[in-house]
Design a protein around this ligand. Sequence first.
Ligand code: DGY
Length: 429
Amino acid sequence: MSQSSGPAALMQQAEDIMALNDRGAYTVPTHGLYPFQWNWDSCLVALGQRHSNEPRAWLELQTLFEHQWDDGMVPHIVFHEPDDGYFPGPDVWATGRAIPTTGITQPPVAGFAIRRLFDDAIDKTLAKECAAQLLPMVDRWHQWFFNHRDPESTGLVALIHPWESGRDNSVDWDTPFERVPVEGITPYVRRDLQHADADHRPTKAQYDRYLWLVEHFRSLNWDNTKLHNASPFQIVDPGFNAILIRSCDDIAHVADALGHADIAERNRAMASKGREALELLWHEGNGQYACYDRVEKTLSDSPSIGGILPILAELPVHRAKAIVARIQKLNASVNYLVPSHDPEDSEFDGKRYWRGPSWLIVNYLITSGLRTSNEHALADEIEAQSLSLIETSGFAEYYDPITGEPCGGASFTWTAAMVMEFCQLPRTA
Ligand code: DGY
């Protein structure tokens, strides 16, 4: 697919996709494959929406946080309207909420997004009002993570389901998944394969385990005081933790600006404890960070993007330099940075979701981190490769990092939002 080129044309195409997937008070990731509101999609989409409509960007976040649970968790999907085209739907999750949601969470990019919306706002009055409303909610979510996903107070939180990572079928989960059983799950029909190529999606063996975990947590009534310890899957993902650390830092910055010293202090403390603990996930052999399996007490050897994303967390200089070297090495194996798994690893699959493809949202988070570490040359290169990918292959969900082939869903909202960020044209909102 060839698109008309240049930043203004890309910007217009991106805006058209955002409008197509806009449902009024929230945005769906794409028509068909993902027909509801997804947590981290929405937060990153707000960064695109602000380019043409700041009130709409704030509304995207407000809608998501209206569905925060009483214990502080912000769920990974909000099922605003019924839609048979997706599985597993609200009846499978059965979380008992009036407007149904899932019972797990997703990478907490809200704090990161809110700081960007707040700092760069054209309408400062609106920004102050909306940030002040969202601030305590984000703070509660951050506390929820450390209360419920870090019972031994290590400074790092664990995922209890791969869907929480956003990197559903990463190679990182292959070994821990061996101990997730499949016996007894209710027979089911996948819907994702009606919308996307089966070779680009997770396998049946993985879906069976996703479903076993959902049914297991449902049998515990989604009680977050029990789920962490009851899960056979407890993984400390460096990328996920880096996003949380960065969001704690960013929310502390906004709290300072709004005069909420207590929120600022608490979030700064969580960030600094997390940053210190992140060092334990350094994998010297891979030259990047790695996932820690809390059940087996082992560090994974899987060289995935999860171990590169910590660049977002304002790393010590020697670690930031090591990550730069790592990305430069990956650059020799691909045409479009940054692959979600190292092409030199035997498990790499350039088309299968999180087992190799490049994603624009990952590139955005990585370039943000590189810029914080003053690594602008590499950030510029990743942005240029990202835009060239869009010009060649359109606004897909993800891309083969070697051929540039578009994979997964099409007309993808967060891809469009990231293009708007990368184009950096003057804003009108
Ligand atoms: C899916 O259904 O593929 C989603 O990634 C779960 O969040």
